[in-house]
Design a binder for this molecule. Structure first.
Ligand code: DAV
Length: 361
């Protein structure tokens, strides 16, 4: 079997997980408020960025989230998954380019900055100035994977100059005459890896406030002709990352966010799949969700086709998954939510056992 010899190999979201990167929140720094942040963060969270922008996240938040990440590592290792952690750069330090300078963010969300497709590691160029150097937190790991035989592609990083951003954009004008607007332009290549979802030879991606068509086209041309890249669009008016919108659970089973996904918007590839509507989030939206919607409910990690690591408070979702034959494993992760993601965001697949296949007819 080809993939048994490969150190880096992953083609979908559900094959048996053998190696994964788990993020760290050490040195996490709150970004300074900007139009790019306004495009995706809830308006109730602006105070947090105004108060803490450019400074480290409050120590208590970091401590609690860090303990949950460490516990996730233990749980994964107990399931015999190899876990690697990135380096915590000093994200309070400014990145200075000829055009702007910005403090950093964190190395908490490996899902955003890189993805494994087959035996290739793909580095995302990102779209926020605060995330310009984030990939360097993962470079020691990536260099090791490269030495071990992985392919390694880094997408061209844009200048992220002011004119890359759409100055007309406001969250209130996220749709004009039925056409979705985004805070980034098509001027240079931009994407976050978390806007892509892998289903073997078919990869689904949304345009978002961090991913543009040029970025999608870059991925399409570089991953090779055996893959089909499909652009999808749903009703999330402030899209950033697809992993709270559609989540393939196993061949033939797709979980959707019922408030953003209309049946007619589901790509035709899934016509013969069972569509499962996620339960409403249990966490109130006005609580400490500074970067995301409350649909982090769906942002879980599959260990294999049955077992799924789910935040322990998301009981209705776990009941739903159990009803459909899955085995949810509850873990505490609520204190990580304020950093903008849940278990899926906090991880990046490095190796899943299984072949590259087509799951659609
Ligand atoms: O639902 O606001 C959050 C996903 C973060 N990676 C949302 C998207």
């Amino acid at each position: 079997m080809i993939n048994d010899q490969k150190k880096v190999w992953s083609c979908n979201e559900w094959d048996p997980l053998e190696e994964v990167i788990v993020g760290v929140v050490d040195n996490a720094t709150v970004p300074v408020w900007s139009p790019t942040l306004a495009s995706t963060t809830p308006s109730h969270a602006k105070w947090f960025f105004e108060e803490h922008g450019g400074k480290p996240f409050p120590a208590e938040m970091v401590e609690k989230a860090s303990a949950e990440l460490d516990n996730l590592v233990k749980v994964l290792e107990g399931l015999r998954v190899t876990v690697k952690r990135p380096d915590a750069l000093d994200f309070t330090k400014s990145t200075r380019t000829p055009w702007w300078d910005s403090t950093g963010l964190y190395a908490a969300m490996p899902r955003d900055v890189m993805m494994v497709i087959g035996d290739s590691i793909i580095e995302a160029p990102m779209a926020w100035q605060s995330r310009y150097v984030e990939i360097y937190a993962y470079r020691n790991l990536i260099e090791d994977y490269f030495r071990d035989g992985a392919k390694w592609l880094a997408a061209p990083k844009g200048s992220m100059k002011d004119d890359f951003y759409n100055s007309e954009y406001t969250p209130e004008r996220a749709e004009i005459d039925g056409v979705r607007q985004f805070v980034i332009s098509e001027k240079e290549v931009a994407f976050d890896a978390a806007d892509f979802v892998r289903c073997g030879k078919d990869i689904f991606v949304q345009k978002s406030n961090v991913t543009n068509e040029m970025g999608i086209e870059w991925v399409r041309r570089h991953i090779g002709s055996e893959f089909n890249v499909h652009i999808v669009q749903f009703d999330d008016e402030h899209p950033m990352h697809i992993d709270t919108t559609i989540v393939p659970l196993a061949p033939g089973k797709l979980l959707i966010n019922p408030s953003w996904v209309k049946r007619s918007q589901i790509p035709k590839q899934f016509d013969s799949w069972e569509i499962i509507e996620a339960t409403e989030p249990v966490m109130p939206y006005d609580s400490a969700l500074y970067f995301s919607s409350d649909w982090l409910t769906m942002n879980f990690l599959s260990v294999d086709e049955k077992r799924i690591l789910v935040e322990e408070n998301e009981v209705p979702l776990m009941d739903l998954l159990s009803k459909h034959g899955f085995e949810p494993i509850p873990i505490p992760f609520r204190n990580f939510y304020p950093f903008g993601g849940s278990i899926h965001c906090a991880t990046a697949d490095i190796r899943r056992r299984g072949d590259l296949q087509s799951y659609f007819g």
